[in-house]
Design a protein around this ligand. Structure first.
Ligand SMILES: Cc1ncc(COP(=O)(O)O)c(C=O)c1O
Length: 397
């Protein structure tokens, strides 16, 4: 018996929600069903809302910093669920993981220097490097037999040729859903150690892992890897509290931490969001069961989608996700023109998805779909897609 009701729908329109309320501002339309940005349509459980309310009711929201009880909550989440220990002074609280990526780029590279990424990947990786006037080096992931793999030879070659200083690792991987194995991570880690490349491991999706797979935290690879690491974590995906602006950045090595900290201060950031801290502490203390049930619910959404595609839309190929609540669909069986694909998705199916083109040039015929929504919304989205594809087929005959 489940304790929490993930089937319940909530009206989010009119709350300044990026996902629901910005169709016009983002040059789309108001009538699209949004399954784009990684933002879930589930309400937090009452026990966590009560803790946030208690803090709100205090009524004073001055400058606030994390105390040991906050750090203990973060520590126990990662110790109990992920099997690694964090020392209190390794932890730096910032407003977001992307913010931390920007800080790391400025701390570990100079203008014009190179940062390596693996596309298709969460598009702010590329954007943040470019906005900071650094050079993007891409080690393209290889799509082979329905699965994404790493070209290690190309990774090392590009690091050497471009004197790369920083690697942005996405683990688990958005948008392909890969959960990297220990062997893959060690290979990447060894190459980075050999060529003095600092690793920023973005593990924001690590609480969403499907049956049969295991997330390997970079922190558990061994001391030498841990000593070359900036670990990006956050409760913002797991509990959908991105609007509360908290990310916990964990840096075991003192030199790396000091360089990061200096750049963080240089950007003018110091104290944290008071409600973000209260929410994070409560989520990590009381959210275990909710997250367990949530992942099971997402697994159900995934089963529904897998069956639906197999039975009704076999030309659309699901890249089987091992983790994350984002699925990656290959539409090359439907069209070979990405503008035509956008037309199908937006004008005909009336869906707002993230088109593959924003994750890198080679994936223009893919779409990323956020499946963290009540089942009825997922059903509606896939029925709209089905109707649009069938209408096309009928008009072509
Ligand atoms: C891989 C990855 N990193 C970072 C973020 C965003 O993190 P934040 O809101 O803390 O900047 C996302 C959001 O979707 C993501 O998918």
């Amino acid at each position: 018996m489940s304790k929490y009701d993930f089937d319940k729908t909530h009206d989010r329109r009119g709350t300044s929600s990026l996902k629901y309320d910005f169709g016009m501002e983002r040059r789309r339309r108001e009538d699209l069903l949004p399954l784009w940005v990684a933002d879930m349509d589930f309400k937090l459980p009452q026990e966590i809302l009560d803790d946030i309310k208690t803090r709100v009711d205090h009524g004073i929201f001055g400058y606030t910093d994390p105390k040991p009880d906050y750090k203990a909550a973060v520590r126990s989440w990662y110790s109990e669920r992920h099997g690694f220990e964090i020392e209190d002074d390794w932890l730096i609280v910032v407003p977001g993981v992307v913010y931390a990526i920007a800080v790391a780029i400025r701390a570990f590279t100079k203008s014009g220097e190179s940062v390596i990424i693996q596309e298709p990947v969460y598009y702010p990786f590329r954007e943040t490097i470019e906005l900071n006037r650094r050079k993007v080096i891409n080690n393209q992931l290889v799509y082979k037999n329905g699965k994404y793999e790493i070209d290690f030879e190309d990774f090392e070659k590009k690091i050497v040729e471009n004197d790369v200083k920083l690697f942005l690792l996405c683990s688990p991987q958005n948008p392909t859903g890969r959960v990297w194995t220990r062997e893959e991570l060690v290979k990447l880690g060894d190459i980075c150690l050999k060529h003095n490349v600092v690793v920023f491991a973005d593990e924001i999706h690590s609480d969403f892992i499907y049956k049969g797979h295991k997330h390997i935290p970079y922190m558990t690879l061994g001391d030498k890897y841990k000593d070359n690491l900036i670990l990006g974590t956050s409760p913002s995906k797991t509990f959908n509290i991105a609007g509360l602006q908290v990310a916990n950045i964990i840096i075991p090595n003192a030199d790396i931490r000091n360089r990061f900290d200096f750049e963080n201060g240089a950007g003018g950031y110091s104290q944290c969001n008071v409600l973000g801290l209260a929410a994070t502490k409560s989520c990590y203390e009381k959210g275990n069961e909710w997250v367990d049930e949530l992942v099971e619910y997402l697994e159900g959404n995934l089963d529904y989608i897998r069956n639906f595609l197999k039975e009704k839309l076999p030309l659309i190929k699901l890249i089987e996700p091992e983790g994350t609540y984002l699925i990656w669909l290959d539409f090359s069986g439907i069209t070979n023109d990405y503008r035509d694909l956008r037309k199908l998705i937006e004008d005909e199916a009336k869906l707002w998805l993230d088109g593959g083109v924003i994750f890198g040039r080679e994936t223009a015929l893919f779409e990323r779909i956020n499946i963290a929504a009540p089942r009825s919304i997922i059903e509606q989205a896939f029925n709209q897609l089905y109707d649009a594809v069938i209408a096309r087929q009928n008009s072509n005959v």
